[in-house]
Design a protein around this ligand. Structure first.
Ligand SMILES: Nc1ncnc2c1ncn2[C@@H]1O[C@H](COP(=O)(O)OP(=O)(O)OP(=O)(O)O)[C@@H](O)[C@H]1O
Length: 467
């Protein structure tokens, strides 16, 4: 590794090995930052709410959270690529007013220019520096060697494998000798072995005394990766997102996935990600379609999860289950959240249990299971309940999908609004609460919905009297 052999670039000064360079010095700090994007139909879509995060010299911080929790948005704020709606982001004590001068980014998609060679892509990292052409070339060669791309300087991205392309992405960041390296899911587009290899190489560089970067912030949705690489795992959750946990990983490097502490830390993070404040509201809690989105799960996915739990005797450890199914946390958690939202499943720590309702759903015949699902969806899935009520109050029990899409676009981006509606239609149709004609875009109330509504209002009335 070149960074392990060459002297430190003069402008950065010398540092000790990674474990010796940990200090309390704040390199990069987001203080009480909030960020709202304009919603598709006016209004604002609040992604981050009062998030505070400090990156200190000598540490690797992983940002973990479910899909859409605002991890990439926070990383872009730290990079100075977007401005917070409120709060400040400062680098070495100075508030940012544009791209962060001390940070370089690595992207999931590699973000290479297809018409430029490897060397030219790497030199792009220095396009705004005052270095001479010769100095740029020398720095590019150093970065290319460091990441094992020597011999490929004149190749074009299309000639390279995914792993080699991401090496170019790394070299384009390293060439800047960044104080802080910001990485947005850098390994998730690579195959398992390539990703593992590149993670190992990054850690070897990080441990080398001459590696110029003092702090790394890594966005990931992979708990295992976070525990493998980070000194601290910061979990984002909620809507708008805030920091729901900040977990120290006290394991020596290189880390052993088989160590009990590794497994215990993974379990702890699973418990945070599936915790009450992370998931949908408790059944019965008041919640709306904009504040409590439907988790990304199909009815088939829900049924599959419950069946798997039944095969495990009704209870399982979620990290073990994810391993067994070769699933990422991102694949499993939305289904777990949806099952909890509907009251089919309960989670304590990293353990998931089927509830009595879950057993009843699993054991019922097809018609009864549809009825039960309809009742659960109408009562506990806010958007499904809203659609049923809106159809009931329409003149002929029918409404165009545009009506709901417009409502959702007050709180979500256009794409997210559409996926929320698709999910609600999937759930509602399965439960035969309403039908949907994709050709005309019309949602039509079914007779069952009226029956269920009457049942639910009776139930609510009884609960009100009891309360
Ligand atoms: N430029 C934008 N305009 C409007 N909405 C946006 C924009 N960028 C992101 N969002 C929305 O903000 C939310 C958070 O997105 P972000 O990409 O930060 O989440 P994430 O946690 O990184 O998700 P993932 O793991 O799926 O990449 C999402 O709902 C996304 O649709």
């Amino acid at each position: 590794m070149i960074f392990a052999q060459r002297p430190t670039p003069p402008e950065r000064g010398h540092r000790g090995a990674a474990h010796e360079r940990t200090t309390d010095a704040a390199l990069l700090r987001a203080a009480d930052v909030s960020l709202a994007f304009p919603a598709a139909e006016g209004g604002a879509f609040e992604v981050l709410g009062d998030v505070t995060l400090t990156l200190r010299s000598g540490e690797i911080v992983a940002l973990l959270g479910k899909s859409g929790s605002g991890k990439s948005t926070l990383l872009r704020l730290l990079a100075g690529l977007i401005e917070p709606t409120s709060g400040t982001v400062s680098y070495r004590g100075a508030p940012l007013s544009g791209p962060n001068p001390g940070a370089a980014m690595v992207f999931q998609s590699f973000a290479l220019m297809p018409w430029l060679t490897v060397r030219e892509n790497v030199e792009l990292g220095l396009r705004s520096s005052a270095l001479t052409r010769a100095a740029r070339r020398a720095r590019a060669s150093e970065a290319i060697d460091a990441i094992g791309l020597d011999g490929f300087e004149s190749a074009y991205p299309r000639e390279l494998s995914g792993g080699m392309r991401q090496r170019v992405g790394f070299a384009r960041a390293f060439v800047q000798h960044p104080d802080v390296l910001l990485m947005d899911e850098p390994f998730s587009a690579l195959d398992v072995l390539t990703a593992e290899n590149l993670r190992g190489e990054l850690m070897t560089m990080w441990e080398a005394p001459q590696f110029p970067t003092r702090s790394i912030c890594l966005v990931t949705h992979n708990i295992d990766e976070a525990v493998l690489l980070a000194d601290r795992v910061v979990v984002l959750g909620g809507a708008p997102a805030r920091v729901v946990a900040d977990v120290q990983v006290r394991l020596p490097r290189p880390r052993d996935r088989r160590s009990p502490t590794f497994a215990a830390t993974v379990d702890q993070l699973y418990a945070v990600l599936t915790g009450r404040d992370q998931a949908a509201p408790a059944p019965g809690a008041s919640a709306g379609p904009l504040t409590h989105p439907l988790p990304a799960a199909s009815v088939g996915g829900l049924a599959g999860l419950i069946e798997i739990l039944v095969a495990h005797g009704g209870q399982t450890d979620l990290p073990d289950l994810a391993d067994e199914l070769a699933f990422d946390v991102d694949d499993l958690l939305p289904i777990v959240d949806a099952a909890r939202m509907l009251g089919l499943l309960d989670v304590e720590g990293a353990q998931a249990f089927i509830t009595d309702t879950g057993w009843a759903w699993q054991l019922a015949d097809i018609q009864d299971s549809k009825r039960l699902f309809a009742r659960l969806a109408a009562a506990h899935a806010p958007l499904v309940g809203t659609i049923v009520r809106a159809l009931e109050h329409s003149a002929d029990g029918a409404l165009r999908d545009e009506f709901f899409r417009d409502l959702l676009r007050r709180g979500f981006s256009g794409e997210d609004a559409q996926s929320q509606l698709d999910r609600a239609i999937d759930w509602g149709r399965y439960g035969e609460l309403f039908d949907y004609d994709a050709g005309t875009g019309e949602l039509v109330l079914s007779e069952l919905a009226a029956e269920i509504s009457a049942f639910l209002s009776e139930e609510n009335g009884a609960a009100g009297e009891a309360g």
